[in-house]
Design a protein around this ligand. Structure first.
Ligand code: GLU
Length: 303
């Protein structure tokens, strides 16, 4: 498959495409990013790399980090599923309403409430969760330069009223063990990790390669965890637009409000795309379009 030729077509077709939408302003630091950025990187199981545009520029991965924290928490066994469900939410990523009806058990680990519970689990199990998360991401990417962005974390902390409400609400319903401020601090840091599409494609290769790092063949998560995490990406990776992403793209994936989307085709490739303008559901519209073109032009999806 000539992936570079396909990526060149996608770049050409979408360069002038104006998706509308906006850069998020509820995290002030993110609103400073140029809306014209556009890059894509595909990393094949063969070890080859294909890319275009701003593919090596770092941006805020935001909710994409929820996949990394879930992968880390999965090492602690099945108990997490007593505290977080695995159903699509059909509601916005920061919604409070479902929690009341469902007694503090978030619908899935990729909405904010679910990821806050995962953060709580990591804080209970790890001596230094921030350090261990960063080391995990650096390991799977094989890149020690990856880091948190202190300014993005501080910016979100100042304006994180919704997340503050979510964690306190769940605490009142008995689904939070640790101190709310400690959980929020960890959560804002995980969201602030800064990575390029190239680094994201490398990191997510473990989900295309049965839990192994491609370069070293080291197994970092069990194949069974990969199966489950890919299934949750497929059904819950795009807020209340997960059905639309499945319908248009047909791959498991995860988006973030920094404008990044990463998707995997098990046994084939991991791919990431970045375009900061978000649609009403909080997903990068141009990114979705690029991935839709990819699976259309290759004629391959998991379906
Ligand atoms: N840090 C963002 C928040 O908690 C993440 C949202 C996202 O990327 O979906 O609102």
């Amino acid at each position: 498959m000539d992936y570079q030729a396909i990526l060149n077509v996608i770049e050409k077709e979408l360069k002038q495409f104006n998706p509308g939408g906006k850069v998020p302003d509820y995290i002030p630091e993110l609103s400073a990013v140029s809306p014209d950025k556009f890059g894509m990187h595909l990393y094949c199981l063969s070890g080859e790399h294909f890319f275009f545009g701003d593919s090596s520029e770092r941006f805020s991965i935001q909710s994409i980090s929820k996949v990394f924290t879930l992968a880390l928490a999965k090492k602690y066994g099945k108990k997490i599923w007593r505290r977080v469900d695995v159903e699509p939410s059909g509601d916005p990523f920061n919604s409070l309403t479902q929690l009341e009806k469902e007694k503090g058990i978030p619908r899935n680990p990729f909405i904010n409430a679910g990821s806050l519970v995962i953060a709580d689990i990591l804080i209970s199990h790890l001596d230094n969760p921030k350090k261990e998360l960063l080391e995990f991401v650096q390991l799977i990417t094989q890149d020690e330069t990856i880091n948190y962005d202190e300014e993005v974390a501080a910016s979100e902390k100042k304006h994180g009223y919704r997340n503050i409400a979510l964690v306190n609400y769940m605490k009142s319903l008995g689904n939070i063990e640790n101190n709310a401020d400690e959980i929020l601090d960890f959560y804002f840091y995980q969201c602030s990790i800064s990575m390029s599409t190239e680094q994201l494609a490398k990191a997510f290769m473990i989900f295309a390669n049965e839990g192994r790092i491609l370069e070293t063949n080291e197994r970092v998560i069990k194949p069974n965890s990969v199966k489950r995490i890919n299934a949750i990406m497929q059904t819950c990776g795009f807020y209340d637009e997960a059905g639309e992403f499945s319908f248009r793209v047909g791959l498991p994936g995860k988006s973030g409000v920094g404008g990044g989307i990463v998707a995997v085709h098990p046994q084939q490739y991991a791919v990431a795309v970045w375009s900061p303008l978000l649609n009403e559901k909080g997903n990068s519209e141009k990114g979705m379009r690029a991935l839709e073109e990819l699976t259309t032009l290759t004629g391959l999806s998991i379906f």
